[in-house]
Design a protein around this ligand. Structure first.
Ligand SMILES: [Zn+2]
Length: 721
């Protein structure tokens, strides 16, 4: 009975934690979602038979089954043991796990009116179900008994840690509260679940409905061919053939405001995007944010924590908000200083051109490109023709083979069904030819799909009751090109592609016994480390020479262009860091504010002013659209995780560069054995130390971003206390 999580990219939507809740409605006779998955590879999801109308009865039947299983566990007259309690819980809830997987896929990638109705109905009921499980007194007594005896009952280290996880998760969810407090807690959780759903649906509505229609080709001035073609495709898909549409998503808006010469249109696109969830009317999220924050503060208090942030971080690698804040503040000041330099460079170019403007947020990306050209002689549009999505995917497979010994082979579409024609499936085998798992790839944007990029484990690896192979997926929102044309992506998108694939490899490398500690089911501020570290391999000559091939000539990307990319490596890091860090700081400060009524709009404005936020940059995720934080609890008080993980990432990459380079077999082996394969069977700080021989400091992070390396003692993410 494990919680399912979507691992979100830094740019992306949200973690969707579908909790396992009370059921009454009876399922129709033949609900295809209820049966164990059949077919090849140890069974695959029955997408060919699944329908929206199966979701709700499937979830209801899954919850009922799990409650019956828990009743059997608690009715056992034998004293509690690891096997009859913890392992039995790992065995339980399998139907709900499978249905939740399909439900999660519909929610995040096929979200329409019908799915939204199911979400509204089921979100509070799933939350109540979760509470019903964690508040079950007899069950908690048994878990506590196994926990108390864990060190003297002959358990393996993995079993001890799993027992500790169950125990602390139950306590943190209120298992020790008195009945009245438990009831109150459950009411809060149900209200929150409803608000999370509403928040997410509002953002999606603004993304679906917002669009910038361009009627005249002249208004496309400055846009590269691939961006024009993408905008024409979107227009056609929306019944506006012959025009161009900038959709209200990051993958449509960012290229537009990077290249469009028409400043007024850049401003329009920018305003449309940064105001998602903040437009007044039915889809406005401001009031919802206030309610969510108040309920979270109440819940934290009920559970005995100072604030929601303290509750969330207790079992993270950072352990407490103070350490997370310390790291963020250490990076903030040098990043702001860098932004000042970047803006000065941009302003100088604008002045030289006689633009007669002051750099505004809708100018930043546009003028940054001009500076890049000026300073590094590097033009992003020269790079994009070499960035063919399908070739880069092959490049990722090459990386997986070299570092992990994995071989990817396309699966015959007749053998494994998919939920949308754009989705493709590969089987993954190890060097000995043994099946490791399946990889589903859903690359393109479409209506009803959340923006951003993310990884999802449909089925975690496990072997305590027999070998179960994992199924993982990567999802992104590339703009589909014209039929038959290769899809060209930006350098940044290519990094994101490698990032999400890193999560997939984390899942595929899993080598544990129990599903609750498998693959990516690790602390939130550790989970981005394996994915971030693999971003580094994109820029290696081995990948670029073989896979970054020009879409027309087939020639590899020229060496001097690669050199320029490398020289410009820390370019615009002021912008990237502040854009991200402002969101991370607002997230943490909102959740450290405690029980006070918060006006989200005012809080955001005043906090940013107090921080000295450069006016030329806007938060990567403004509060009314901050899906990471308000469409679920997953990344709440947790957006700092990307920086925390990046501290490890930068330090880990230096382990390679200090040794034989990116393809050093010995370092790769240590990384696999201590990080990628161990899941949550060990403390992440111990795993990191075993890989690196020491804790991570902040120095490598500062070098990676091109900021001055501090001389005094600085906070270190790798330390466990
Ligand atoms: Zn990620």
């Amino acid at each position: 009975m494990s919680l399912k999580t979507l691992i979100a990219g830094a740019g992306m939507a949200a973690c969707l934690a579908a909790g396992p809740a009370a059921a009454t409605t009876s399922a129709p006779a033949a609900n295809p979602l209820l049966a164990p998955w059949s077919g090849p590879f140890g069974g695959v999801p029955p997408f060919d038979q699944a329908k929206v109308e199966h979701l709700q009865p499937g979830l209801e039947a899954g919850m009922a089954e799990q409650l019956a299983e828990i009743d059997r566990i608690t009715a056992n007259p034998e004293p509690a043991t690891f096997d009859n309690t913890i392992a039995a819980l790992e065995r339980a809830g399998r139907t709900l796990d499978r249905v939740s997987t399909v439900y999660g896929i519909y929610s995040s990638t096929l979200n329409d009116e019908a799915v939204q109705a199911v979400e509204r109905e089921m979100a509070p009921r799933l939350a109540a179900f979760q509470d019903q499980v964690t508040q079950n007194e007899k069950l908690f007594e048994r878990i506590a008994a196994v926990y108390e005896a864990r060190e003297k009952s002959g358990l393996t280290a993995e079993q001890q840690r799993l027992t500790w996880l169950y125990y602390t998760n139950f306590v943190r969810a209120g298992a020790k509260l008195d009945p009245a407090a438990k009831k109150q807690l459950s009411e809060i959780n149900q209200k929150l679940a409803t608000l999370f759903t509403k928040f997410g649906q509002n953002v999606l509505a603004d993304e679906n409905d917002g669009q910038l229609v361009i009627e005249n080709e002249a208004d496309l001035a400055g846009l590269p061919e691939s961006v024009r073609a993408g905008a024409a495709q979107v227009a056609e898909a929306r019944g506006l053939k012959g025009k161009w549409v900038v959709a209200n998503t990051r993958s449509s808006v960012e290229p537009f405001i990077t290249y469009a010469e028409r400043r007024d249109l850049r401003e329009n696109a920018w305003r449309m995007f940064v105001n998602r969830g903040d437009n007044g009317g039915a889809t406005d999220n401001n009031a919802i944010i206030g309610e969510i924050l108040a309920l979270r503060a109440q819940r934290a208090k009920l559970l005995g924590y100072e604030t929601h942030a303290h509750w969330r971080l207790e079992n993270a690698m950072a352990k407490n908000p103070e350490r997370a804040m310390e790291l963020m503040e250490a990076v903030w000041t040098p990043a702001v200083a860098r932004v000042r330099e970047e803006v000065a460079d941009m302003q100088a170019i604008a002045d030289k051109e006689g633009a007669g403007i002051k750099i505004e947020p809708w100018d930043y990306r546009y003028y940054a490109e001009k500076v890049r050209k000026d300073k590094y002689d590097l033009d992003e549009t020269q790079v994009t023709p070499y960035m063919q999505l399908e070739n880069l995917r092959e490049g990722m497979f090459y990386m997986a083979k070299e570092l992990f010994g994995f071989h990817f082979k396309p699966v015959d579409p007749a053998k494994v069904s998919v939920y949308h024609p754009d989705v493709r499936v590969w089987e993954v085998n190890d060097a000995a030819g043994k099946l490791v798992g399946l990889w589903y790839f859903d690359p393109y944007a479409r209506k009803g799909k959340r923006s951003g990029a993310w990884m999802n484990a449909y089925r975690p690896q496990e072997r305590f009751d027999g070998e179960v192979r994992t199924i993982v997926s990567n999802n992104s929102n590339f703009v589909k090109g014209s039929p038959g044309e290769p899809v060209l992506i930006s350098w940044k998108d290519a990094e994101t592609l490698f990032h999400e694939f890193g999560h997939a490899l984390h899942g595929l490398s899993s080598n544990v016994n129990y599903p609750s500690v498998a693959g990516t089911r690790v602390a939130r501020d550790y989970v981005e480390f394996p994915s971030q570290v693999l971003e580094h391999w994109l820029a290696t000559p081995e990948i670029l020479d073989r896979y970054a091939l020009h879409y027309q000539t087939g020639k590899p990307i020229p060496k001097d262009l690669v050199e320029k990319i490398k020289r410009a490596d820390t370019f615009n890091q002021g912008f990237d860091t502040i854009e991200y860090l402002s969101s991370a700081l607002i997230d943490m400060k909102l959740h450290l504010a405690g029980a006070q009524t918060i006006d989200a709009d005012k809080f955001e404005r005043e906090t940013l002013t107090a921080l000295g936020m450069p006016t030329e940059i806007v938060m990567r995720h403004r509060t009314p659209q901050f899906m990471h934080v308000f469409s679920g609890d997953g990344y709440s008080a947790g957006y700092y995780s990307y920086l925390w993980s990046d501290t490890l990432t930068a330090d880990a990459w230096e382990a390679f560069t200090e040794a034989g380079g990116p393809w050093d077999k010995a370092v790769a082996k240590r990384l696999r054995e201590n990080v990628f394969s161990v899941g949550n069977t060990i403390d992440p700080a111990d795993g990191y130390r075993a890989f690196r021989g020491r804790d991570a400091g902040i120095d490598a992070l500062m070098r990676k971003r091109g900021f001055p390396v501090p001389t005094a003692a600085t906070p270190a993410a790798g330390k466990s206390k």
